[in-house]
Write a protein that binds this ligand. Sequence first.
Ligand code: MCN
Ligand code: MO
Length: 736
Amino acid sequence: TYVGKPIKRVFDPRLITGRQNYIDDINFQGLHAAFVRSPYPHARVRSIDASDAVKSKGVVAVFTKRDLGLKEPMRPWVTYIDTSHLKDAPRYIFHDTVKYVGEPVAVVLATDRYLARDAVEKVNVDYEELKAVTKMEDAVKDEVLVHPNLGTNVAYDSNFNAGNVERAFKEAEVVVPIEIANERLSPSPMEPRGIVSRYESGYLTVWASTQIPHILRNEFSRMLGLESSKIRVIMPDIGGAFGSKAHIIPEELAVIAASMKLNSTVKWVATRSEELLASTARHNHFVGEVALKRDGTLLGIRGTLDVEMGAYITYTSMIQPQIIPPMIPGPYKVKDLAIRSRAVYTNTPPITMYRGASRPEATFIIERIMSIAADELKMSDVDIRLRNLVPPDLMPYKNPFGLQYDTGDYPGLLKKAIEKLEYERLIKWAEEEKKRGHRVGVGMAFYLEICGFGPWEYAEVRIDENGNVSVITGATPHGQGTETGIAQIVADELGVDMERVTVIWGDTAIVPAGFGTYGSRTISLAGSAAALASRKVMDKMKRVAASMLGVENVDYKDGKFTAAGKSVGWNEVAKKAYEVKDPGLVAYQFYEANVTFPYGVGVAIVEVDDYGIPKVLKYLSYDDIGKVVNPLLAEGQVHGAVVQAVGQALYEEAKLDENGQLVVSFSDYFIPTFMEAPEIKSQFTDTPHDSPYVTKSKGIGEAGLIVGPAVVVRALENATGARFTKTPVRPEEIFE
Ligand code: MCN
Ligand code: MO
């Protein structure tokens, strides 16, 4: 069997020898796009003069607002909220009024990408500068409006009330004020976003660096007014996404619209600066207070959460103000909460998802609350958590906002983690080291994550006449190795060699339906769909084998069907099936999603040098993710996410100036390199609590970044004796 074994990704040889096929590797005949962008955070476009640009070498066309229309406006993908005001959104890709520095106003099409970029400089745009608001704290005052027609900068304002928070604060023995924030980050995948659009005889083919090909197809169809049957979206190799490639940006639409207008193929691959502009994430601010008993019982939380949207709502940005509040109670019993959650427009680039989207924010808030309360009450980080964790006899547990936590033993896992990760010993070691003048610290945090979001996923399993197996999946792995996990599951279900299983994804012409990879759902959801489809095909194989052996029922094991002392092999049965007109060795399965809740503990050791520069020396994790399909892949996910967590906690900030201008470039946006990466050790519990999925698994794709920032910040506090309430913690704050 394969499930549970540390099998290497099936595509590794191709990827690590540079034989992959990213967007920029696609060869084609056609045009390259480059964008004219606003230098102002808020301005009216009076006129655009492209006469010089059009005459430049290699330039075929320059398109502005009126040239590229949409049948229907762009819209947020997640529409739990009232988006009626967006119905009158302009049906243009470019706007008359630009609302952030870098917003595109025109696209240049040329025979070569450098000629296209050169011509961008020759497009003269006459702007009338308008008053801008670039900071959330100013924007909520509604003095300067990003969208004057809305009458407010608050795009969403909702009260998440549970229990009786007044009573909790009345009964409190200790009330602690809290203020917690994350600064803007950039997911920074290895490959920036990019698109190639070919339009020919009424048929549109789009290669896109995306996580959601089917959603793109349907959205392109809606916005461009072309039947979805005439659109094919292909996701080639993707050099990472981290949630940032689950929405559509105007640049992508402009490329497609231009290719349709010119009956041509058009390509655009974002430069690193454009990628920084297109994907920034996770800027939020929570101010409130917590009510506690002196014994550490957390009674209540109240406060206001502001989440920045930038200048426009994207397909995924509105998820955050809606999912952070109900996840703030986390794994704890606290019942009385009043959280006002607001989404705030500013004249800054629109926000994308970033690994964990909402769960890192919620976890940072509740884990900071736990650690700060521990300090105030002079309790240990472990004791205060043990006092508040939901005990196993309350599982399944309905949290105060109605989320149903499926399975787990939170206090049990915490106790085991403390032991396995030798937390108490490390804390003592740090105390000793500090006495010797060595600035080190140890920190821990707990997390509960919600994953496995819907709505459903699709799988199809076929056995060909040679007995080889194809799995067609709506999942869209882009670095996780989930295709390898799915191949393991199917190989086990069918009792065949994994080499014989090919997993196919990311092409709407081949995959009939699908949603994609996000929210750490794929191995559980697409894996379960594939397992059930495999069982259906297996039944058919058994029926063919039975008729070959002239019996009613057969047993199957390791490639052999047997009955009454006779047997036939896998290959013979597959071959036989294709001798009839309808072999039927194909089955599909839609599998409905159901959220599931993995959880775990992280411990970090941090060292601070004489200049206040922190470094995470070691990071240890202990998680319950249900059944582990492939420990190598799952651990790999923790490793990658932890390095991003170190970046968020200590180094990374997509800083904007007063003008809303990004002041970092990719050379000073400080992603941890091998030098800053800690030694990481990821372990999974040997007594897992299964999810209700067929695979029994829960997700691990985001966990390291969900809990990591709280872990690292706590270790930094332990090292310095200071309190830090936001990420990233800058060196100048460490030695304040
Ligand atoms: N796995 C396992 N056993 C489990 C759970 C997971 O063996 N119980 C393995 C799976 O086989 C898979 C990996 O762990 O190889 C992640 O699976 P899962 O948790 O189901 O997450 P997804 O496949 O849905 O991946 C999405 C997740 C998200 S939401 C972001 S953001 C993210 C992440 O994955 N983006 C990534 N990890 C990334 N890794 C890379 N290299 N690139 C990205 O863009
Ligand atoms: Mo994600």
